[in-house]
Design a protein around this ligand. Structure first.
Ligand SMILES: Nc1ncnc2c1ncn2[C@@H]1O[C@H](COP(=O)(O)OP(=O)(O)OP(=O)(O)O)[C@@H](O)[C@H]1O
Length: 220
């Protein structure tokens, strides 16, 4: 499988203090990597590094993504729930990295936003106010927004947070389908028991001063 991202001997941290070091792993095409670990262990720090919001203290991250595009879905709690925009506007904003020097979205980006909505079966929400959606619907809209950025690699930050069991199961089914049928590589950061047991072909586990990367044996 082609490598999408190579993390080599990476150390990340804040103000000269390392959160983790000597981290090595690769994200390959079609991978579904589950990232696990207790609060404060460094999961979000890794995500910040992958999104280039935090510079490596040592080591490097090498990207083999087309036009360096990465899809990121933030935690709903980190998104302003009262954001005064329609679903379509929120999804379209995911295509901002495709604009280059243009200030306005073209027909292609708008078509991509519609296609992302329809891929997730939520085209009927298009004109709804984002702030009025349920938690599960908001997650799907943010996933459609990430799909507008790229179909190569999505990083999902605790997507099951604050969802009821039914919405959670539905959401996991959806991302599994994107991975298996559309061959989108996924990195899922989760605390969730469901994710711990059943999802992913590989896992990255942050525990007691070490980070372990391994293949999951129970992968279906
Ligand atoms: N901006 C920051 N400045 C300084 N220290 C930080 C900053 N952000 C996080 N940290 C520290 O880095 C460590 C790792 O935090 P991080 O947020 O990556 O953990 P996490 O595994 O994502 O936790 P959670 O599951 O609660 O989101 C913690 O000790 C945290 O206090």
């Amino acid at each position: 499988m082609k490598s999408l991202v190579e993390v080599k001997d990476l150390a990340l941290g804040y103000e000269g203090k390392e959160v983790f070091s000597h981290l090595n792993f690769q994200i390959e095409e079609r991978d579904f990597i589950v990232v696990l670990g207790p609060n404060g262990s460094g999961k979000s720090t890794l995500v910040k590094g992958l999104l280039k919001l935090l510079k490596p203290m040592s080591g490097e991250i090498i990207y083999h993504l087309s036009q360096n595009r990465l899809g990121y879905m933030p935690q709903v709690t980190k998104v302003d729930a009262h954001f005064p925009a329609t679903v379509f506007e929120v999804v379209l904003s995911g295509a901002i990295n495709r604009l280059g020097k243009r200030a306005f979205f073209h027909r292609e980006e708008k078509a991509l936003a519609l296609e992302s909505l329809s891929l997730l079966g939520i085209e009927d929400l298009k004109n709804c106010a984002f702030s009025e959606l349920s938690g599960g619907q908001k997650q799907k809209v943010l996933l459609a927004r990430a799909l507008c950025a790229t179909r190569e690699l999505l990083i999902l930050d605790e997507p099951s947070n604050n969802l009821d069991l039914k919405s959670k199961a539905e959401f996991y089914e959806l991302i599994q389908k994107l991975n298996k049928e559309k061959h989108i590589a996924i990195m899922l950061i989760t605390h969730d028991e469901h994710g711990k047991e059943t999802l992913g072909n590989k896992e990255l586990v942050f525990e007691d001063d070490q980070v372990i990367f391994r293949r999951r044996e129970n992968h279906v």
